[in-house]
Design a protein around this ligand. Sequence first.
Ligand code: FAD
Length: 483
Amino acid sequence: MPPPSALVWFRRDLRSFDHAALSRALQAHAIVHCVFVYDRTILDALPRSDRRVDFIHASVAELAAELERLGGHLTALHGDPAVVIPQLAAALNATDVYCNHDYEPQAIARDATVAATLAGAGRRLHSFKDQVIFERDEVLSQAGTPFSVYTPYKNAWLKRLREEPGALAPYPVDGLAARLAPGVSHLPTLAALGFTPSNLATLSIPTGMSGAARLFDDFLPRLANYGAARDFPAIKGPSYLSLHLRFGTLAIRHLVRTVWELMARGAGGEGAAVWLAELIWREFYAMILYHHPHVISHAFKPAYDAIVWETGPQADAAFEAWCAGHTGYPLVDAAMAQLNQTGYMHNRLRMVTACFLIKDLGIDWRRGEAYFALHLNDFDLASNNGGWQWASSSGCDAQPYFRIFNPVTQSEKFDPAGRFIRRYLPQLDALNDKEIHAPWLLPPMLLAQKGITLGRDYPAPLVRHDAARERTLARYAVVKTPA
Ligand code: FAD
């Protein structure tokens, strides 16, 4: 029997530094093993080529190399973690298994099963806060209840951080690394996992801890201008860190600490506070999902479950057209092309496309949410659900139901020269900066002179926005609460 040890189970925290579970395990045990499990219960539901699987695969390889550099190693297995983890713990004689909290209901249930199985064999599962600064009940209203409106939550979050700056302290690993169990990492190939490579490498999407650090370094000089640039999809405004935040190739504490220190020195410009507010949205939605797991399948505000959505062959065809980027609204179609080709979609465009599906096409937000879940590289249950419920007006602190984005006005405002549209819809390039937002408004002769025939080179619009708007207001009448 091997000597007693601890096992660190990596999940959405693929890094070897500032890692709560790894740090705690190293502090408490003389021998620490490391494992990552490709979860078959999730993998089997994915298409055989998936950018997220590629990303994880590359990031796990970098994690293994880094653990080896520190003197340890990583075992990567595939199977059902609820079975694999207790088996591995038994084989290694690991008395204690360490991991970081995951707030998704399925993960909570899985961890409860693992904890119970381990306990049955006299072992313990320890779990720690790691992926957020403040979790669960750590930021509550004065009445002691969870917030359901963002701005007071953000204010309370900031107040708590001012009172407890230690929340940003890193969890040390390096000084204790001699306790990592040495060995050779065993990592399955993509093929062994049943996958073929996606276009992740062609897209030059940086992977692993090194990729996350590069992206953050690239973003920092742009931080001060973030507030002004972030809404324009043709501009390199945001950080593009969401994928890395999702898989924990960087530590949220490092991001917040950096911004917090810049703000304290008055050095982050107005962008620093705006960007921090976005990181707080992420925590807000994680908190909402934790306290209100019903949001996975129901409206946060129950009255909105009474809405009757479009169904049947026509609605199915409209949904397919939206998915494929064939709605006839250039900004919507270019955004969907960005998603389909790269797995990323700019935040402004997530709002525009979601609103279009729900409020122009009258289609249930859950269908759009599921499509994003399948295609977004950074898919995160809490943020995706929060974003969709915001767009459908059914969420906490959502946009009011009568606020309906006009896809043409959004296009003129946020892509004024059509630079983003031209990137993804080159067939519209001959249109000038005014024409490109609504090609159907041009006389067919003029369009033809520019080499465009609607229905052949580019779709005619699926719906008329004004009429769709009226239908939506009628559809949402069921949620109007009596005065
Ligand atoms: P930046 O602008 O640089 O923001 C920094 C970080 O803050 C992001 O990486 C993200 O972690 C967080 N953040 C920013 N905006 C939001 C927000 N509105 N809600 C929650 N967190 C935010 N984000 C996801 O990470 N995964 C999703 O599955 C997801 N689905 C969405 C669906 C819809 C319909 C909408 C409207 C938004 C969704 N978002 C989602 C939020 C947001 O669009 C992305 O986080 C952002 O576009 C990622 O790009 P970035 O990293 O360059 O962001």
